[in-house]
Design a protein. Sequence first.
Length: 188
Amino acid sequence: MIAVAELLHGADADVVVNCYLAVLGRWPDEAGFAHHLASIREQPERRLAMLERMAGSEEARLAGRGMPRGAPGEASPEAALAAQLRLRTAFLLDEIGKLRGASATPALPPGFAEEVAALQSDFEALRREVRARLALLEQARAAAVPEEARAPGGLAEYLLDLVEISEARTLARLRSLERRAFGGDTEG
């Protein structure tokens, strides 16, 4: 299960999607996504309250889910990104499993099984890439860095830049895969 600090890290739109997945076990509907996004947009201090409202909802109770573990606080960008990727991957694999179980249904469009297989392959490649990037970030902490990064505060800024670049690329790829899988846009 994802920790609260990991869940509340990232862009506003990603926080809303991740809260839906962790607390309600489903992808956000358009109206709910817009509502929750508007309630926290550019106000990260409101994220915890949104999560608590969602976790206290009747839908969360019926889904048998509650508040994620842990206290709010700081999570390392690497840990948060890895946890969010695990959360989304688990949800998507579960959805794929449900679709496979319903494969006898004639309503599935032609070529759908191939598209699902391609998505699985893309997600596995993304998972490997994220693990490799996280490993590189860990190595960068011990490796020689440019001279300007050696100044007080420079190494931290350098590593944060690496994390942000990696996170942005990974999230862009994940959003592309989500659009392929769900035909929607996670940005609202």
